[in-house]
Design a protein around this ligand. Structure first.
Ligand code: ZN
Length: 273
């Protein structure tokens, strides 16, 4: 659990009440700083924080520690796109020779470079900044009872065992706990997590962790349905085989509540075309 998950929504609710004084007096300031652990990271509260809870949420966002997808990976060692492309292309040319091709024949002349550029696109998630993706997109929720579902977000990823594509759709459902996030951000989170070397099982968990970090929702479920080229184009070669994964977390203490939320998700999910 990180600091942000301890964020107490009463802080925002307190701030919604118009202050009798337009500027914050030292009493209210000290009251705020004792309310939540996260608030300790904010040295002062501005008028904007008081009047606009979303402004405070954005400010808090600066202090959140987000899970990085696929732990232990690092940022790209070479930062110039040109240098990266040339280095990958150099090795790709060798691979073409190794498989029995002539990299000098017309059709293959530019292939190493094309491949390098494509590879950098398939793995561009390594260069994305999750905080920037989420920043300024957190809003106060109007209801913490209702479920929000974003269904069938298309994604393309690369299997880390074979460097072969796997692709399909991801669906996310959550019940807020004081905060919601702009709907388009779900597609962005899926993009950052999938555009790197992955396994489907971890992809779902990465997406779920980031949503937990940013929103600390009462309930969240992430399902992924994907086709793996390493299954359909090699090995067992079973065309049309789909792999389905589901990860789910909740802050409900009652297991029954989690179960019925999951049930609600699948009923809604199946009823949506
Ligand atoms: Zn594979």
């Amino acid at each position: 659990m990180n600091d942000y998950s301890k964020f107490d929504t009463t802080l925002v609710n307190d701030l919604k009440e118009p202050s009798s004084n337009s500027s914050i007096n030292s009493d209210s300031s000290s009251k705020l700083s004792t309310l939540t652990p996260i608030s300790k990271n904010i040295s002062s509260f501005s008028d904007e924080d008081i009047n606009d809870p979303n402004h405070l949420l954005s400010k808090m966002m600066q202090n959140i520690k987000l899970h990085e997808p696929a732990k232990n990976t690092h940022k790209r060692l070479v930062t110039s796109d040109e240098e990266l492309t040339n280095k990958i292309a150099y090795h790709m040319k060798e691979i073409l020779e190794l498989i029995g091709e002539d990299p000098q024949r017309e059709g293959l002349l530019d292939t190493p470079k094309r491949y390098a550029k494509a590879m950098l696109h398939y793995t561009k998630g390594y260069t994305d900044d999750l905080k920037q993706v989420i920043n300024n997109a957190l809003f106060e929720s109007e209801s913490d009872e209702d479920m929000i579902i974003v269904k069938n977000i298309n994604f393309h990823s690369s299997c880390e065992h074979h460097l072969a594509p796997f692709f399909g759709t991801c669906s996310i459902g959550y019940i807020p706990n004081g905060k919601i996030i702009g709907l388009s951000k779900f597609a962005r989170i899926v993009e950052v997590c999938s555009r790197r070397l992955q396994v489907q099982e971890r992809l779902g968990r990465d997406i779920l962790n980031i949503i937990m970090d940013a929103l600390n929702p009462k309930f969240v479920v992430v399902t992924i349905e994907a086709e793996h080229m390493c299954m359909t184009a090699r090995g067992v070669q079973k065309q049309g085989t789909k792999t389905i994964t589901k990860v789910c977390e909740s802050t409900f203490e009652d297991k029954q509540e989690k179960k019925s939320a999951l049930n609600e998700f699948f009923v809604l999910y199946n009823s949506m075309k």
